[in-house]
Design a protein around this ligand. Structure first.
Ligand SMILES: Cc1cc2nc3c(=O)[nH]c(=O)nc-3n(C[C@H](O)[C@H](O)[C@H](O)COP(=O)(O)O)c2cc1C
Length: 173
């Protein structure tokens, strides 16, 4: 697929079948995250792959809304970064998440970004702290989000080129 085709076909997929994710596909997706650009090429990101159902279930409850479907995912990649190493940890993690989301789309695997940074659970605790406790991450690691992955249940409508709203573009020249 050409990049434009991947961009049109990319959707956030939140419903998955029980079919396992092929090892090779998971590796391709992780490769996309590992090859993502980082500020000053510091590569501060850490990718925690979760396949254990009980851990996926715990992660699905890390925040109040928008992450429940993680419990049905075939796998999840938690994207964190060493914030003492790079002050651009949010940007670096976000780009890695995006690259993996696109790689999943290219492989026809369903995926969806689950925001963790700045979110809270129903009791008001920080989702980031919940993820840190569940995964045993060191304090210097900050978590931006989680990419939920799974074989898609059903098919989502691709985007149309007309959805690109050029009203958001301003030529300052
Ligand atoms: C920074 C960011 C955070 C997101 N967080 C969540 C989330 O926590 N839960 C969720 O279901 N979708 C989340 N999404 C997915 C968006 O809701 C989705 O991209 C948007 O509705 C457009 O749909 P599409 O991706 O199918 O084009 C997030 C996307 C981004 C870029």
């Amino acid at each position: 697929m050409h990049l434009t085709e991947i961009l049109l076909n990319r959707r956030s997929v939140r419903r998955y079948t029980d079919e396992p994710i092929p090892e090779e596909t998971l590796r391709e997706i992780l490769t996309a995250g590992l090859l993502a650009p980082t500020s000053r090429n510091l590569k501060p990101c850490r990718f925690t792959v979760v396949r254990d159902k009980s851990v996926l279930e715990a992660l699905s409850q890390a925040k109040a809304a928008g992450g429940a479907f993680l419990k049905d995912a075939g796998a999840a990649v938690v994207v964190s970064a060493d914030a003492e190493r790079a002050d651009t940890w949010i940007e670096d993690c976000s780009i890695a998440l995006t690259c993996m989301h696109l790689a999943a789309a290219e492989a026809s695997l369903g995926s969806c970004w689950v925001q963790i940074h700045l979110r809270r659970d129903p009791e008001g605790a920080e989702a980031e702290e919940n993820v840190r406790r569940i995964l045993g991450l060191e304090d210097r690691y900050r978590t931006v989000g989680i990419l939920a992955l799974g074989m898609p249940a059903g098919s989502a409508e691709p985007h149309k080129p007309e959805e690109a709203d050029f009203g958001a573009v301003r030529f300052a020249d």
